[in-house]
Design a protein around this ligand. Sequence first.
Ligand SMILES: [Zn+2]
Length: 360
Amino acid sequence: MKVLMLFFTLSIGLSSALAQTLVDSTCKRYFAITDQLRQGDTLDPKVWNQLMNDKAIQMYIRDQGVDEGYIERYKRTMQLVYMPQNEALLQSRLKDSTKYWLTYILYQYKKNEAGMRAYLTNLEKDPAKYFNDCYRYTYAMLPKSAQKRATNQIYSIIPIHYDAHAENDYIVCSLLCAYLNDKNQYGVLGGHELHHILRPRIDYTKITSEDENVVALLEITLNEGSADMIDKKYMTNKDTVLLPFQRYFNTFFEEGKHLLPQIDSLLQLSAKGSTFTVRQFLKGTIFTGGHVPGTYMAHYIEKNQLTSKLVARINDPFHFYLLYNEAARKDPSKPYVFSKASVGYITRLRKKYSAALYSH
Ligand SMILES: [Zn+2]
């Protein structure tokens, strides 16, 4: 009997390991907590710790770089938002969402809870259909050869915060982020994250240490730029289903105007042999994720009908910059054009690392 049981467990493990799995169990646990809080009960630290110890939540928290103090504050804010006896304090805090940011976010969870529950019930009915909708967007930004299914993939929706993150075999999406983005344009958020999983990459093992910072700068720009082409056009100031801070496109675009000349200067310095400044730039700004220059540059590539050229070389960070420059030169609105020195430098690097681009 024991042997049979073991075989049974193994076979289930194997079949689910090959597929893409939707996991939303932490959301259910979260709703059990909010049900209790709404009845006036305080949050049991044991129940809270159990929730926070979930693997996907841990992975997300580590990526965000938040500490224990933050988690504790999050818990206390939950009690403030959901417990009826704190209603007056909640209302006064909601008047200043910038100062009481966590209160504002948790209030959005509370306000949207019925919609979120229905959203998850709907997803659970047919996760395969949901993933198909996401893949449609992902594939639009991938060459045929890369249009595969992510295998061994956990797609975990977690009930904290308002962000999405892809790492190894996990995609972790905050419920608030998944719910509102899918309500606005179904499938684009998953489409963006799956693009990170499936996009072919430059072979980093072939990049020498003196160039790795500058290649990293170009790579993170392409990485988010190409993925942002999937979803950021649906995150504009007109997309009022989203919360104001989720309408990223316009912010990224405005910031991009200022950031490109800075990147140009860094590239020129780097061409002369300085890697320090690029390294500082990568570590020291809020733009390290690549969204700001990426969204800006991708916008002009698309506007000037160069998307298919980008898709054909989706693993090539040098090409992304050169293609942007081609678009910028053509564009009547005169976006920033990179200097000859930077373009020459990128072209030289591209030649130097052609083996890293075509090794797979
Ligand atoms: Zn991304």
